[in-house]
Design a protein around this ligand. Structure first.
Ligand SMILES: Cc1cc2nc3c(=O)[nH]c(=O)nc-3n(C[C@H](O)[C@H](O)[C@H](O)COP(=O)(O)O)c2cc1C
Length: 279
């Protein structure tokens, strides 16, 4: 990977000021593309293949914690996985809980999902990289939320060190992700938000992303699985691995999920061992 030149202190401060503007944007008046009556972008990305697998939805069959307070107390990041398979039903539940569609507002104005989204724009697509899911070929899939289905985009070999090196590089060397049963990669279609909110879209779209992974975290807590949101990923490498154009749609976030064991608590704490060395 090409090493990039370090920013000067002044450049760093300029960048910080730009980023602050994103959060505290002046409400400048403008006509959005929606107001200009430009065509609305599609609510979801259409399937790219014919390899479509309808997912089971008998969620009542899952062995799941149902006490909401316990689920909230159990919510945490896990980075040590025992590499056991995850069931297809659990995968289906996790996908549905993050992005599942429960209805349509208007004729085709917005999708109503298990998570909120500013203006109902729902700008994300989900690509589960299934490394160890019972009954599924290992591969990169695309979630089709209209039908609670997935499509196989690319078969992969989790035993191929070259492929797993690519996965590791996609999360900037965070090797723990490679032991997950599934890594959920998320892409964003900026124009879904921009059509309605113009330059105010990016702020609210990042707020929306948090809802998606929080629902996944809560699923993990309820199902006895473990996961860890990853913001520090390598956008270009993720796009390349999944096959995204990197322009209209690009990868920006991911979350590995795997099986966990209480016996690994010490190893979990090991991720923060560096804190013990601090005074
Ligand atoms: C947006 C976001 C990005 C994150 N990125 C990373 C990451 O790249 N690597 C990592 O190990 N943890 C990452 N985390 C997990 C946080 O470090 C974790 O939530 C935090 O330490 C609190 O621990 P807890 O989730 O167990 O309460 C991220 C969390 C969020 C919400």
């Amino acid at each position: 990977m090409e090493e990039q030149k370090k920013l000067t202190e002044q450049e760093k401060q300029e960048r910080i000021m730009l980023s602050r503007q994103l959060i505290n944007w002046d409400r400048l008046p403008f006509d959005s593309d929606q107001k200009l009556q430009l065509p609305q972008p599609p609510l979801v990305k259409a399937p790219m293949t014919e390899n479509i697998i309808k997912l089971p939805m008998e969620f009542e069959d899952l062995d799941m914690e149902e006490d909401f307070v316990k689920i909230l107390f159990g919510r945490r990041s896990n980075r040590v996985y025992t590499q056991q398979p995850v069931s297809l039903l659990a995968l289906s539940f996790m996908l549905w809980a993050q992005q599942g569609i429960k209805g349509i507002r208007g004729k085709s104005y917005a999708t109503l999902r298990t998570v909120p989204s500013a203006g109902g724009r729902h700008p994300f697509e989900t690509y589960p990289l299934c490394l160890n899911v019972t009954g599924l070929k290992p591969g990169i899939y695309h979630y089709l939320p209209m039908d609670n289905a997935i499509e196989l985009i690319k078969e992969v070999d989790p035993k191929d060190p070259a492929f797993m090196d690519q996965v590791k590089a996609s999360v900037r060397g965070q090797a723990f992700a490679c032991k997950a049963s599934v890594i959920f990669y998320y892409s964003i279609f900026q124009y879904r938000g921009e059509w309605r909110y113009g330059f105010n879209a990016h702020r609210v779209m990042m707020m929306d992303a948090g809802h998606v992974t929080q629902n996944l975290y809560l699923c993990c807590s309820a199902l006895g699985l473990g996961g860890c949101a990853i913001g520090a990923l390598h956008t270009d490498l993720c796009n390349e691995m999944i096959g995204l154009d990197g322009k209209d749609e690009y990868c920006f976030y991911c979350m590995p999920v795997g099986t966990v064991s209480d016996e690994n608590e010490e190893a979990e704490q090991g991720f923060y061992a560096w804190l013990n060395e601090k005074k």
